[in-house]
Design a binder for this molecule. Structure first.
Ligand SMILES: [Zn+2]
Ligand SMILES: [Zn+2]
Length: 309
């Protein structure tokens, strides 16, 4: 409970005088017998009124009662007040423990329209979580960093160089995850259907790459629209324009491929440049690709404004 109570204190310190008085008033209103402390019964009644019955257990009360005197003083109450007003009420989706500090969340679910899927550190570390295919879990801090990178990418369209700066700063793993998450954020914006021959060309290249060292291209699986498999339909990345690293224009042509820092191994031999007439940017930098670019594509490359390999 240490992290959440420190957070609460920091917020409280930044409240205006009026807001602080309101907090004191709330404390006094809950403290029905006016002894300057909130008993368990007073606490439970307050939480039920606020609609947080789920937190009104004696167990949770004991966690808040840091000095263990059986009641909440004003400093301890600030934590409750913060939890209720910020609605920071998250539980581990595996073990149901209250998430009072850093936790891991599934990036795909975080980006999706439904519920998030959150895990406490212990469950993410120890359990063989069977969530969904390709689920990528990031902790709060890394997710925040990824979100920031996504904003930067939108502003400058220079995701690769940002990732490179992070990598050279010595946090390569984090930057790769952030880059992946940022690509996931970006790829969710479009629901356009990709042109069939471009889908085929991407899949052909993917199939001829070496065994992937990570699951970056796991989203590259084409599911026909009339598929009846609920499992496949549940895959949020099933539309090729939403695949990781891919951006389409409004007519479904691929215009950008950004797979920098993706751990890809293999050659460009099976990458058919002529299949992507609208491609303006291809960034495959910082991978393990070898061999030369097919000669037939040389003329075409003149039209690709950014080709990083
Ligand atoms: Zn857990
Ligand atoms: Zn998920």
């Amino acid at each position: 409970m240490e992290e959440i109570s420190e957070t609460a204190k920091a917020y409280y310190a930044n409240l205006s005088g009026k807001q602080k008085r309101l907090t004191t008033d709330t404390f006094q209103a809950i403290d029905a017998n006016g002894d300057g402390k909130i008993s368990f019964n007073e606490y439970a009644q307050y939480l039920k009124q606020k609609g947080f019955k789920i937190l009104s257990s004696p167990d949770f009360f004991r966690k808040l009662d840091k000095d263990g005197n059986g009641a909440l003083d004003f400093d301890e109450f600030i934590t409750v007040h913060y939890i209720c007003s910020s609605k920071r009420v998250y539980f581990c989706d595996e073990c149901r423990v209250f998430l009072d500090g850093v936790y891991f969340t599934c990036v795909q679910c975080f980006n999706g329209p439904g519920n998030t899927y959150d895990l406490c550190c212990a469950c993410y570390r120890d359990k063989d979580v069977n969530h969904h295919k390709d689920a990528l879990f990031l902790d709060n801090y890394t997710l925040l960093q990824a979100k920031r990178q996504q904003n930067k990418d939108q502003d400058k369209n220079e995701g690769a160089s940002e990732a490179f700066k992070l990598a050279t700063a010595g946090i390569e793993t984090t930057s790769t995850l952030s880059a992946y998450a940022a690509k996931s954020f970006a790829s969710n914006k479009s629901a356009v259907q990709m042109k069939g021959h471009e889908v085929d060309a991407l899949l052909k290249w993917k199939d001829n790459l070496d065994e992937p060292t990570n699951c970056l291209l796991c989203s590259w699986n084409f599911v026909p629209h009339n598929s009846t498999s609920s499992d496949l339909k549940a895959d949020i990345n099933s539309s090729p324009c939403q695949w990781v690293g891919i951006t389409c224009d409004e007519s479904g042509h691929v215009i950008r491929i950004d797979l920098s820092f993706s751990g890809l191994r293999g050659t460009l031999q099976f990458f058919n440049f002529s299949s992507f007439p609208n491609l303006i940017s291809l960034d495959l930098s910082h991978n393990f690709l070898h061999g030369s670019i097919p000669p037939t594509s040389v003329t075409f490359q003149a039209h690709v404004s950014r080709l990083g390999c």
